[in-house]
Design a protein around this ligand. Structure first.
Ligand code: CA
Ligand code: CA
Length: 192
């Protein structure tokens, strides 16, 4: 019969021990310290994401309206630009609105910058790197472009005045990468 009593005795022993533990002089201090530490950590993460939306160690990225942009310092082909953006966990920029276009063209004045738009798969069918059809969204082609000139022009770039032109994809241009701000889910990238 003693054996049947054992579980209850054991439980009572555990409860007593726990009670004694919680009544130690510094128990509540420890709990408050742990909660403070947790809250401080959350506060720092939120503050960093507000002050450095593109990451505290990413000074080469520029923030504008929910996206982070990288403007290259070197010229290269469209394919290499695409790969270099992917290596930075980003993609060649997709221009979705006049507001975004305005921001980009103030940063790229007088130079050619690749964007994530091409008709490499089907001539004349311009698609963005996320698979979207260019004709169904915002476009900003220069007058008479895209013209697929005699060398075959399948990749798009911002021209001197910011308007878009198609040129052959091995032409050396600067390029613009984009990525979502910290803490948001990256979309599917580099589909093309
Ligand atoms: Ca073409
Ligand atoms: Ca052209």
């Amino acid at each position: 019969m003693e054996e049947e009593k054992f579980p209850d005795d054991f439980r009572t022993y555990k409860e007593r021990n726990w009670l004694q533990f919680t009544q130690r002089p510094f128990f509540h201090v420890y709990v408050m310290l742990a909660v403070s530490l947790l809250l401080s950590t959350i506060f720092v993460i939120v503050a960093v994401s507000k002050v450095f939306p593109c990451g505290p160690n990413a000074r080469e990225w520029e923030y504008s309206k929910g996206k982070c942009y990288y403007f290259s310092l070197q010229k290269t082909s469209w394919m290499d630009a695409k790969v270099q953006c992917e290596e930075k966990h980003s993609r060649l920029a997709i221009v979705e609105s006049m507001g975004e276009q305005n921001f980009l063209q103030t940063r790229t004045r007088h130079e050619r910058y690749w964007i994530g738009l091409s008709d490499r798969d089907v001539e004349g069918h311009w698609t963005w790197l996320d698979g979207r059809d260019s004709d169904s969204g915002f476009t900003y082609w220069a007058r008479g472009e895209p013209n697929n000139d005699d060398r075959g022009e399948d990749c798009a770039h911002l021209w001197g005045d910011g308007k878009w032109n198609d040129v052959y994809c091995t032409y050396p241009c600067y390029y613009i990468c984009e990525k979502p701000v910290l803490g948001t889910s990256p979309e599917h990238q580099g589909r093309n």
